[in-house]
Design a protein around this ligand. Structure first.
Ligand code: ADP
Ligand code: MG
Length: 364
C-alpha cells in the first residue's frame, strides 16, 4: 500500500510494518489506519499474514521494521500489558481451573487494579455478555458460545479502547456463529471501542464490518467498505475472494469496452490499459433479457445447461457463446416464473453497464 503521512491522532496507525521468517515475508510493508470506534476486519486466506498483523498490534510479534501507533502514541516497542488492548482468540484461551468470575477478573488482577472496584466491574461485564448468574460456574460446564462470551467479557473488563479478535467465532457451529455475529455487532454499537477483527470468512466480514482490509501474501490488496469490495474490486484476487463471482478473460477494445468471444461489452469504469484482464460476473447481477424489453445494458448470448431450484431463487447454469460456463440467479416470483428457461434453451442475458466490472490480473 502507499505510504501515508504521520500517524492519526486517535485510532490505530500502522506504518510500513514488515516481518520475515527466514527469507519468507509474512508481512510486507503493510500500512493501515483504523478509525477510532471503527469495526475493521482483516480478511484473507489462511497464511496471508492476518494473525501476524494482529499479533504485532497486541505486542506478541515484534516487527522487523515499521511503526505502530495507538491514539497517537508509538507503541511499537511496548510490552503487551502496556498497550491497554483487549484480545479474544479463536480457542478462547480461558483458564480451565478457574471459574467464570476468576477468568473475567484475571486482567484486573494482572494490572493490579484495586479490588474495591472488582464486584461492580464483574457485574457489568457479565451483564454485557448476558451471563449474569454464571459467575461461579466452571469453564468446563459451559457451551462453546458461553465460553466465547466469557472470553469477550475478560477482554472488555478493563475497558480497553481497542479490542483485537482473531477468528473468535470460527470454532462455533453455523447457527451459533450467526447469533454471535449479531451480538458482537450490538456490543460494538454499545461500546465506543475500536474493534479489529480477523477472519478468513468473507460473509462474516461483509456482515460485520465498517471496512475490510483484504490481505493476500503478506500485503493489503484492498481496503474498502463491504459494498465497495463487492461492487468495485480493485483486482482479480479481491473479485475472486468476495461473493460468488466468475472471472472470465477479456481483451480491451477501448477505454470503456472489452471483448468476450465475439461479444463487445461496455464497462462502468475505465478498462485498465495493461496486463491480463478479467470480467467479474456476479450471479445476482445478471438478468434474463426478453424480446420486448428495451435494451438497457450489455447483452450476452448463451445456452442453458442446467437449472437448480433453490427455494427463494433458481440458479441457471449457462454456457456463453464464447464458450465459458457461468451461473446466474433468477428470483422466484410470478413474473420470472413465467419465463423460466429449461436446459437447451438459448437465452440472452443482460448485464447493467455499471455492473460490468473489469479488473487486472489473474486469480491469486
Ligand atoms: P493467517 O493468520 O493469515 O493464517 P499468519 O499471520 O498466521 O497467517 O501467518 C502468515 C505466514 O507466516 C504463514 O505462512 C505462516 O506459516 C508464517 N508464520 C507465522 N508465524 C511464524 C513463525 N513463528 N515462524 C515461522 N513462520 C511463521
Ligand atoms: Mg491466523
Amino acid at each position: 500500500m502507499a505510504d501515508m503521512t504521520g500517524p492519526a491522532p486517535d485510532g490505530v496507525s500502522i506504518r510500513a510494518v514488515s516481518k520475515r521468517y527466514g527469507t519468507f515475508a509474512a508481512l510486507d510493508t503493510v500500512s493501515l489506519d483504523v478509525r477510532k470506534g471503527e469495526f475493521l476486519s482483516i480478511l484473507g486466506p489462511s497464511g496471508s499474514g492476518k494473525s501476524t498483523l494482529l499479533g504485532m498490534l497486541g505486542g506478541f510479534v515484534r516487527p522487523d521494521s515499521g511503526t505502530l501507533w495507538i491514539d497517537g502514541r508509538d507503541v511499537t516497542l511496548d510490552a503487551p500489558h502496556k498497550r491497554n488492548i483487549g484480545i479474544v482468540f479463536q480457542n478462547y484461551a480461558l483458564f480451565p481451573h478457574l471459574n467464570v468470575a476468576d477468568n473475567i477478573l484475571f486482567p484486573l488482577r494482572a494490572r493490579r487494579v484495586p479490588k474495591a472496584s472488582w464486584p461492580e466491574r464483574l457485574r457489568a461485564a457479565l451483564d454485557m455478555v448476558e451471563l449474569s448468574g454464571f459467575a461461579q460456574r466452571r469453564i468446563t460446564e459451559l457451551s462453546g458460545g458461553q465460553r466465547q462470551r466469557v472470553a469477550l467479557a475478560r477482554a472488555m473488563i478493563f475497558e480497553p479502547t481497542l479490542i483485537l479478535m482473531d477468528e473468535p467465532l470460527s470454532a462455533l457451529d453455523k447457527q451459533l456463529r450467526e447469533t454471535m455475529q449479531i451480538e458482537l455487532k450490538q456490543l460494538h454499537a454499545r461500546l465506543a471501542a475500536t474493534i479489529i477483527y480477523v477472519t478468513h470468512d468473507q460473509r462474516e466480514a461483509l456482515t460485520m464490518s465498517d471496512r475490510i482490509a483484504v490481505m493476500n501474501k503478506g500485503r493489503i490488496v484492498q481496503l474498502d467498505t463491504p459494498i465497495g469490495l463487492h461492487d468495485a474490486p480493485d483486482n482479480a484476487f479481491v473479485a475472486g475472494f468476495i461473493g460468488e463471482a466468475t472471472l472470465l478473460p477479456v481483451t480491451r477494445v477501448g477505454s470503456h469496452f472489452v471483448q468476450l468471444g465475439d461479444m463487445v461489452l461496455a464497462t462502468g469504469r475505465p478498462v485498465p490499459v495493461q496486463g491480463d484482464l478479467r470480467l467479474v460476473l456476479h450471479p445476482e447481477k445478471l438478468a434474463l433479457a426478453r424480446q420486448d424489453d428495451p435494451l438497457s445494458g450489455n447483452r450476452l448470448r448463451g445456452t442453458v445447461t442446467d437449472t437448480l431450484f433453490q427455494g427463494d431463487s433458481t440458479r441457471l447454469f449457462i454456457r456463453l457463446a464464447s464458450g465459458e460456463r457461468i451461473a446466474m440467479r433468477v428470483s422466484e416470483n410470478h413474473r420470472e416464473r413465467q419465463h423460466l428457461s429449461r436446459p437447451g434453451d438459448d437465452v440472452t442475458l443482460e448485464l447493467h453497464v455499471q455492473d460490468t466490472i473489469v479488473v487486472p490480473g489473474g486469480p491469486g
